[in-house]
Design a protein around this ligand. Structure first.
Ligand code: SF4
Length: 337
């Protein structure tokens, strides 16, 4: 598997030599930490640079280890697995200090030609002609290939921006995709599909680039997810004591949303406490048994698997709906994330 990821070692090596960095912090997503990284570490260490690997997994570009890098006196953070998409201005430490950051998307080399004909047949049977193409950072390299293939077969593929999506940033499908027949999503697993479902009414063909497996998600799945969200929002209506959740992760700290939540809860005579944590997950929240409902201003995907946590967690937009700041129609139109 290691040879599939493009770790762009030459790019890192060149930058380290040009800038004479003396201490480098490496940060990787969970799925990459188990790669055989000896070559990477040995190559960088041979440049007379101290190399430190963060043992904590990173879950997104929101999670850049800038404060850790500064605390360790590093002069470069090499962050694998993500691009700056959606988080351009957030690379500054919370102390105001800066650290050079090199983002390596770690794209994966996969031969998709074995299943593109099958995809064309599937699109024909669905009667989709105009299709939006999206992918996660690792698979952005496949979008151009897929785009050319679909054009050669008479389809009308559309790519907005580079076509990238994040679990919390679906801006590349939310706008300008009004008149398309469907979205083709290149990634493994349902996580990003669920994000798309909560952000648009357009049907999705999820294409797993590793296996070639194609899965269609349409009105049924959207209704099921929206029904679940409606029931959680409805349950939160009865809560008197609210937790306003934030994270100290660099891209998950939204003080303006926190302030707005405080104001709304005060106006509606609700009690509340602001809580900030490095990692916000159901397990850590479950210690705070006295909180009756949460408004989550950190990662909006904490609402996934809400079934494993009995207390309602609302995303900020859902919270605005509950307290009459936006309508249900607006929530459906512009998404729950
Ligand atoms: S905020 Fe959540 S969904 Fe967005 S990049 Fe971070 S971990 Fe992913």
């Amino acid at each position: 598997m290691s040879s599939q990821y493009d770790l762009e070692l030459n790019k890192i090596r060149d930058l380290v030599q040009i800038k004479s960095y003396s201490k480098i912090l490496i940060q990787m997503p969970e799925g990459m930490l188990d790669l055989p990284l000896k070559t990477l570490v040995e190559e960088l260490s041979s440049l007379d640079t101290e190399v430190i690997l963060s043992g904590d997994p990173s879950y997104g570009i929101c999670d850049l280890a800038i404060d850790l890098g500064i605390r360790l006196n590093c002069d470069l953070l090499v962050h694998f697995g993500h691009t700056e998409f959606g988080f351009d201005n957030r690379f500054r430490s919370q102390t105001g200090k800066t650290l050079d950051v090199l983002l390596i998307p770690a794209t994966v080399s996969i031969n998709i030609s074995s299943f593109t004909e099958q995809l064309a047949n599937e699109l024909k049977s669905l009667k989709w002609v105009k299709v939006g193409l999206v992918a996660t950072a690792q698979h952005l390299n496949l979008i151009t290939e897929l785009n050319e293939f679909l054009l050669s077969k008479g389809f009308q593929p559309i790519i907005k921006g580079e076509g990238q999506i994040l679990g919390c940033n679906l801006s590349n499908i939310r706008y300008d995709f009004d008149d398309i027949d469907g979205i083709i999503g290149l990634y493994a697993g349902n996580f990003h599909t669920h994000g798309i479902i909560l952000s648009t009414t357009i049907p999705i063909l999820q294409l797993d680039p590793y296996s070639g497996k194609m899965t269609i998600f349409g009105v049924k799945e959207r209704n099921r997810l929206i029904k679940k969200r409606y029931s959680v929002i409805h349950k939160a209506r009865k809560a008197q004591f609210w937790g306003i959740l934030s994270s100290s992760k660099i891209g998950q700290y939204h003080p303006l949303q926190m302030k707005h939540a405080e104001k709304l809860l005060t106006q509606h005579n609700k009690s509340r406490i602001s809580i900030i944590a490095e990692n916000t997950n159901h397990q850590s929240l479950s210690n705070l048994t006295w909180i009756e409902a949460w408004v989550d201003t950190a990662c909006p995907r904490l609402i996934d698997d809400q079934i494993s946590y009995p207390v309602p967690i609302l995303n900020f937009r859902e919270f605005l709906y509950l307290f009459n700041e936006i309508s249900w129609e607006e929530l459906l139109k512009n998404g729950f994330l």
